[in-house]
Design a protein around this ligand. Structure first.
Ligand SMILES: Cc1cc2nc3c(=O)[nH]c(=O)nc-3n(C[C@H](O)[C@H](O)[C@H](O)COP(=O)(O)O)c2cc1C
Length: 457
């Protein structure tokens, strides 16, 4: 399996940071979600460090929770819509990729294709789209539905959605717009294509009213861990935000996804597997542990208890945080995998609810590497060289505090080891990720201009 000898690294921006108490820490910005200066500073610092891309999650709804813990949390409650935010960050950066999560469950393919194509043009070819199927069921209530679409149906919709979006991005040949003032020709008629899509879930005629994006198509990411999620990744994704916790689990997942690609006529090297990583790094191991402890002390018990309840899919609101987990059945399918591993850990180590949330609040049950710079870099290297991943997406616990730690301590170490680039080699996100620019689906095919003329175009 041929692959790059360099790791790819991005950073997942969450307004105040990923730790549930991040907004209370002096090293974060409590109003970060709507503070453009904060985002500009973090984006420029990430670019100076040479990172491949910034990644933004999204939800088109405030999550459902009791008002008491909700009003003490900062996550997904007050923040900018990602493509709007990235359009402004595109003006303040030059090289770093800009990846926005946009759901395939509550969007129209045409609107999304247009927004992402515009972002790709605005940024000079640095746009990426993380195609999700909406983890938050409350989105349904904001889009005229009483219930969220069922899990596998969301994935069936997503397959078709991505095909329509890709088709719309190919609406124009790369050289369609000639802007010939003298001849009076704005675009070459043969360079225009109409998609005429009529599928099970979507209808869209096209063409898109944005020229073909500089990258041909913005880079498509996927974040979903079920079998249906892996299948969508194998069929469509060029970056996978994965969530395996162990080296062996991630090696299996890596091989699994890359093998599945064959059935869609794709090569393994057309996709980067990038686990989310909470890297808690200090000059020494004890410095790293102090950072974690300081944040743990800031977790309000009501927030911590609700957090563990949501992770496990059980109601803990009547429990004392210094008691052990009650024996209740999980209601949420989504968290089933995490619920099992968290419950097993609590039993194995005899942990109380408080001890559990203090342990998990930074990583949200995802991969964590903690310790000195050398220790964390060693572990990342083992994962990369062991074919468990093609790189990582950092999830800083606080922003900018912990992000700066990663940038100032860990990145130089990875660069010294020759594991990541020291500067940018190209100008697009595809260049950063060493991904090829895709040809248009119409390349090399006869023009349909006569047919279009008959249809009134
Ligand atoms: C690492 C990861 C990140 C995700 N990020 C988002 C997100 O930003 N917005 C969203 O609506 N759903 C997000 N999801 C949810 C998935 O798109 C999907 O709806 C959900 O996980 C169920 O799919 P699965 O069973 O394949 O994991 C994420 C899932 C994972 C595993």
């Amino acid at each position: 399996m041929s692959r790059s000898d360099r790791m790819h690294v991005g950073v997942f921006f969450k307004n105040t940071g990923h730790h549930i108490a991040a907004w209370r820490h002096p090293g974060s910005q409590p109003d970060a979600g709507i503070n453009i200066r904060h985002y500009i500073e973090c984006a420029q610092a990430s670019e100076r460090a040479g990172l491949d891309f910034l990644f933004f999650a999204d939800s088109a709804a405030v999550r459902e929770a009791d008002i008491e813990p909700l009003s003490r949390s900062s996550q997904y409650t007050a923040y900018f819509e990602p493509t709007t935010l990235l359009a402004s960050l595109a003006m303040m950066t030059k090289h770093i990729g800009l990846v926005a999560t946009q759901t395939s469950s509550y969007n129209e393919p045409y609107n999304l294709a247009r927004r992402m194509a515009s972002l790709d043009h605005l940024s000079g070819g640095r746009a990426g789209w993380n195609c999700v199927t909406s983890g938050n069921h409350a989105e349904a209530y904001n889009f005229g539905r009483d219930e969220h679409y069922e899990h596998d149906e969301r994935y069936r919709m997503a397959h078709e959605f991505v095909e329509v979006v890709k088709g719309l991005w190919d609406s124009w040949d790369d050289d369609a717009f000639v802007y010939d003032r003298e001849g009076g020709r704005f675009f070459r008629p043969e360079g225009l294509h109409r998609l005429n899509h009529e599928g099970q879930y979507f209808r869209s005629r096209g063409p898109l009213n944005v020229p073909r994006p500089p990258q041909g198509r913005p880079v498509i990411f996927q974040a979903g861990i079920s079998d249906a999620g892996k299948e969508l990744a194998a069929a469509t994704a060029e970056g996978v935000f994965s969530g395996e916790l162990t080296l062996e689990g991630s090696q299996k997942h890596y091989a699994d996804i890359k093998t599945r690609m064959g059935k869609y006529g794709r090569q393994p090297d057309e996709l980067r597997v990038l686990p989310g990583l909470t890297a808690i790094v200090g000059r020494t191991r004890s410095e790293a542990l102090d950072i974690e402890r300081e944040l743990a002390e800031l977790i309000h018990p009501v927030v911590g208890r609700e957090y563990i309840g949501t992770l496990l899919g059980i109601d803990l609101s009547d429990c004392d945080v210094d008691d052990h987990l009650p024996d209740r059945e999980s209601k949420t399918r989504k968290t089933a995998g995490i619920a099992v591993s968290v419950k097993a850990m609590a039993e194995r180590e005899n942990l109380t609810i408080r001890q559990l949330y203090e342990r998990l609040a930074g990583s949200h049950g995802k991969l964590t590497m903690r310790g000195s710079v050398t220790e964390v870099a060693d572990e990342m290297q083992t994962w990369f060289e062991g074919h468990a991943c093609d790189g990582f997406i950092f999830q800083p616990m606080t922003m900018p505090g912990d992000l700066n730690n990663i940038i100032e301590l860990l990145i130089p170490e990875l660069q010294n080891r020759g594991l990541i680039r020291t500067g940018y080699d190209g100008t697009t996100l595809r260049d950063n990720l060493e991904l090829k620019r895709p040809a248009s689906r119409y390349a090399g095919k006869p023009s349909d201009v006569r047919e279009l003329a008959k249809q009134g175009f």
